[in-house]
Every structure is written in C-alpha cells, then in structure tokens.
Design a protein around this ligand. Structure first.
Ligand code: BTN
Length: 252
C-alpha cells in the first residue's frame, strides 16, 4: 500500500492478498467508505465478470482493482460512467507505453483484437437519490496460460502490448489517479468531450460487427458512440443507436 500511496492521493486503499472479489468487498462496506476508496487484491477466489461470468484471477500476475464512487446525478448517469472508465484506463495504459490499447463498447480494453482488461460496474444500496457504484477492473499483466480454463474469448497480456512493462505499484497508482480525475470530470461535464476521445481509440470503429442482444443478432458497421454513449451501428436501414448487447467482429 505504501508504495502506491507514495505516488497517488487516495482516501482509503486496502491491499488484500486473497479475497473472494474486490467488487464484493466494497459492495459489502459501501456505507462506511469514503468516495474514491480502493481495494486491490493479489488473488480472487470468486472474481466475477459481466453477465454472471467468472473472472479468472490467478495469483500475482494481474491487477484486480475496485473503486467505490458515489454519483449524485443518480442511476441514469451510470451507463456513461462505464464508458469513460474504459477511456481513462486505455489512455493511461497508452501513456505508459502500450500505445495500441483500444476500447471495445461498452467497457472492455483490447490489444490487437484480443481482450486485455474488463470493467464491471455494480450498483449498491440507494441512499437518497445518489447512485452508489463499485467500479471493478481486471487487467491481464502477465497471466500464464490458463491451464484448460475456458475463458471463452481471445485474450492477451499487457506484457505483449508494451516494450517495457511498467512496475505494478506504479501502474496501480497511475490507474487510480486517472480514474479519480476522470470521474470528477464526468460529474462536471457528463459525456461531453468523451465521444471524441472514445472514437479516437475505438477498436471496432468502421469495422463490420455483429451485435448480440439477447437472442437477436444485428449485423452492421460500427460507427462509434453517440452523446448518450449508445453504440452507433450502420445497417441497411441507416445508422441507429443501441444501448444494450455485446459486439464482436463479423466472422469471429
Ligand atoms: C468483464 O469483462 O466481464 C469484467 C471483468 C471485471 C473483473 C474485475 S477484477 C476486479 C473486480 N472484482 C471482481 O470480482 N470483478 C472485477
């Protein structure tokens, strides 16, 4: 903790060697946490991903980080928040030498068409009108082959994306700093300015994709996001916004 705290201001930082899930840890304590509190772990026994998936969390080779945030604007603002978190992380990794890291709508980080990191934003109890959020990030740094575990998609490591891997404490400090700053900016200006930043580093921009919404598959060309954070998809009927679902490259 001290090595991270010497590089960044954080109202509360806990580094726990073994935990079920850093997101769950903060969700269980939200009433007691200062805004911006962070939990980091070396190993998660029950790391979780979006859509009820498991997040493989082997010891010591990755980064498992969660931050508590209170959004006074309420639940409605939470969708945009997960997008800006992706942009903040991608830009931070780029500034540390991983120049080709990209974002995938709504909130994954990609390198060379493979998943590098995932973001899981979870809401917790309502107190007044504010939304209480836990923003969790799992970043593969140097994960060994997953010994038969089925991750279900192509994945990669930060060690592949950088010539020189940043030191892990420094990486954590930079990510915490950038998350805090980005969340404060988001509270002040919403998604204004982010659309451009997103589109600049969108892994799928102008590429043929399929969007899976429940059982429905829509094929089209990805055209970035709009001011509400919806995915813009061009099909035969024109360009339309979509707010849910998962995209993948056509043919993959
Ligand atoms: C996804 O892509 O499905 C999201 C993965 C999020 C994983 C992180 S690791 C830290 C935090 N704690 C969890 O249990 N999940 C998130």
């Amino acid at each position: 903790c001290d090595k991270i705290l010497s590089q960044v201001k954080c109202p509360q930082l806990e580094l726990i060697p073994i935990i079920d899930s850093t997101n769950q840890y903060l969700l269980d304590r939200f009433g007691l946490l200062p805004k911006g509190a962070v939990c980091l772990a070396e190993y998660q026994q029950a790391g979780r991903g979006r859509r009820g998936r498991q997040w493989l969390s082997p010891f010591g080779s990755n980064l498992y980080l969660s931050m508590y945030w209170r959004l006074d604007a309420g639940m409605a603002a939470a969708m945009g928040l997960s997008l800006i978190v992706g942009v903040a992380i991608a830009e931070t990794l780029q500034s540390l030498g991983a120049n080709e890291v990209r974002v995938k709508w709504p909130n994954d980080l990609y390198y060379k068409d493979k998943k590098l990191a995932g973001i899981l934003v979870e809401m917790t109890g309502q107190a007044g009108d504010a939304a209480h959020l836990v923003i969790g990030m799992g970043l593969n740094i140097d994960m060994p082959d997953t010994e038969g575990s089925d991750i279900g998609q192509a994945w990669t490591n930060l060690s592949q994306a950088c010539d020189k891997l940043p030191e892990r404490n420094h990486l954590a400090a930079e990510l915490i700093d950038s998350l805090q700053k980005t969340l404060i900016t988001y509270e002040q200006v919403g998604l204004d300015g982010f659309v451009e930043r997103w589109n600049r580093i969108d892994n799928f921009l102008n590429r043929p994709v399929k969007l899976l919404i429940g059982q429905r598959v829509i094929e089209g060309i990805a055209r970035g996001i709009d001011k509400q954070g919806a995915l813009l998809l061009e099909t035969e009927s024109g360009i339309e916004p979509y707010i849910g679902g998962e995209i993948s490259l056509r043919g993959c």
